[in-house]
Design a protein around this ligand. Structure first.
Ligand SMILES: *Cc1c(COP(=O)(O)O)cnc(C)c1O
Length: 403
């Protein structure tokens, strides 16, 4: 019997061990209760999942393949590296799996309008995409500074018919955009659905996002059997809020022989102030954006600034289920730095003809570091969460190349 065969989370109050829960203003409680109830009903309705699977197949292009990166594996001279190709999804990353699920739920709840917040713009684009697909109005909240930095994604959202709302308060970035989206949700809860982009936020979001992203791990389990007759020795994914990672890990939790590795953004190093690695840097527990989890903060509880070369990992917290999986020892969390991710990015481009997202390059960097110390008959499955087209300006700048 698996030592995690009785794994079950969250509990009825939305807690994963001591993480998660609902830490929001009184005014938001009814909205979250309505959502939790609607999701529980949808979760037990086979028709809901049939529609979800239909859209994943015909609109997103699933199943995404698993691919044996033979030249990269040979170059490293150790374990065989396989990639779960979420980069091949419509809109270029795993985020669409979740936005399709939440948009279907919004439709079911009779909401005509969706809102979302976005930092780098990837979740904003995925939300604008499904809003267009389902004929819903879409407002995306974005920090004024991020709007400047992420102009191509802002334009994509506008092309898709979304209204991009500039948030001028606070640090004018993701944190402030989230606060503003929550405020807007309270004000218009009757007709508005709030699409959260990662496995975080108040319950029921972490569970709901996990359930939608589990398509990644469920597919991988079938595909690896088909491809090599067994499961990989290691499954690895990058962790920002944690949605692509939990989507891969959750179906593997009870498979004791599969090591699970979550890779945080090490930035300039976890021993410097410039990283986004709450678990690896042993951050204390705190509350942000409606949930309790490990959170980068100073001794007065002020949220610390973060840094990562990849915008999608640049977040001071981590989804509550990851903190719990760390506490119970089922998943190991490590960090890879900006430079390691950039090296991994280059290697995958040059040896496999695949331009990976800088986020995914962090997971790949762990595999590149560890594969040489493993046997050639061992297998590492890396979740390639997205494609890197969005990152070419960042990479060019770091290489001092003018585009
Ligand atoms: C947003 C993003 C991430 C980080 O988000 P998670 O919720 O941790 O998965 C990782 N990879 C890509 C390509 C992204 O766009």
């Amino acid at each position: 019997m698996s030592s995690y065969s009785d794994y079950q989370a969250p509990n009825a109050n939305g807690f994963f061990g001591e993480h998660g829960g609902v830490y929001v203003a009184e005014t938001l409680i009814p909205a979250l209760q309505e959502l939790a109830q609607a999701y529980q009903q949808a979760k037990n309705d086979p028709e809901f999942w049939a529609e979800f699977r239909h859209d994943l197949k015909h609109y997103v292009g699933r199943p995404s393949p698993v691919y044996h990166a033979k030249r990269l594996s040979k170059y490293l001279g150790g374990a065989q590296i396989w990639l779960k190709r979420e980069d091949l999804n419509h809109t270029g990353a795993h985020k669409i799996n979740n936005t399709i699920g939440q948009a279907l739920l919004a439709k079911r709840m009779g909401k005509k309008r969706v809102i979302a917040e976005t930092g780098a713009g990837q979740h904003g684009v995925a939300s604008a995409t499904v809003a267009a697909r389902f004929g819903m109005q879409c407002h995306v909240y974005m920090g004024a500074d991020d709007i400047q930095r992420q102009a191509p994604n802002v334009f994509r959202m506008k092309l898709l018919g979304a209204n991009v709302v500039s948030v001028d308060s606070g640090s004018r970035t993701l944190k402030d955009a989230m606060n503003e989206a929550m405020r807007e949700w309270v004000a218009r809860v009757d007709d508005t659905f709030y699409i959260i982009g990662t496995a975080a936020g108040p319950a029921p979001y972490p569970e709901m996002v996990r359930d939608f992203q589990c398509v990644i791990g469920n597919e991988a389990k079938e595909q690896m059997i088909e491809a090599i007759g067994r499961q990989p020795d290691v499954a690895v994914a990058c962790v920002g809020g944690g949605s692509n990672a939990i989507g891969l890990f959750y179906p593997y939790i009870q498979e004791d022989n599969v090591r699970l590795i979550g890779v945080e953004a090490g930035g300039l190093g976890v021993n410097t102030p410039d990283h986004a690695a709450p678990i690896t840097s042993k951050a204390p527990i705190g509350v942000l954006h409606g949930f309790r989890s490990y959170l980068m903060q100073d001794e007065n509880g002020q949220i610390l600034g973060t840094h990562s070369v990849s915008a999608g990992l640049d977040y001071p917290g981590i989804g509550p289920e990851h903190s719990h999986l760390h506490d119970i020892g089922r998943v190991e969390y490590h960090a890879t730095n900006d430079n390691q991710a950039l090296l991994a990015f280059d290697l995958l481009c040059q040896l496999e003809g695949i331009i990976p997202a800088l986020e995914s390059s962090h997971a790949l960097a762990w595999a590149i570091e560890n594969a040489p110390h493993m046997n050639q008959d061992q297998v590492i499955l890396v979740n390639l969460s997205g494609r890197g087209d969005k990152d070419i300006n960042t990479v060019a700048k770091l290489k001092n190349i003018e585009l």
